[in-house]
Design a binder for this molecule. Sequence first.
Ligand code: S3P
Length: 196
Amino acid sequence: MGVGKEVGARGASEARARKFALKQHVFLVGFMGAGKTTVSRRLSRMCGLSSIDLDSYIERMSDMPIKDIFAQSGEQGFRQIETQALLDIASKDDPMIVSCGGGILTVPRNIEIMKAAGLIVHLRVDVDEASLRISDASTRPLFQDLEAARERLEERMPVYEAESDIAIDTFGKNVGAVAYELRRQLLQSGVLVQTP
Ligand code: S3P
């Protein structure tokens, strides 16, 4: 009995310590509030993978919060910096989970960069759920009023759907559930593999 318990305990810790590796980058896209950053962090913790948040990378690169970049250079200026940041990350040899800003697919060049470097995953959300998840809208210059956000999502949704390799509904799901589903689909696609 004692031995059985020990084996059981070892089995459990081995299961926890299972390691995974990515064959390519995985780019998480979707509307603001879809949970790209939190899901990316959770998945990277669950599987021992590297992750990076494109907006945080941009803020470090520019030494300025996103909202100040918008105030200073407008959306077009922000998009130029975003493409440069995406290129930097996509060219890294170590594959990562990359959480992208919600407007990443509005620039066709970004789509080319992502497709050449990895897999695109769409985390689906609607505006009502997104607004509940966004605790501080002041950090999101393009989520200032609900009606404009609805129109923006309607415009972007066909692109998110057409360009993604995997799409996951996040409606009513917590971060853990979305991360598990993402892990399952990445394993199925062969982009995520279990290492011995
Ligand atoms: C944007 C989304 C933001 C950020 C910027 C523009 C967009 O990122 O990149 O404010 O155009 O949807 P999140 O999707 O992480 O909020």
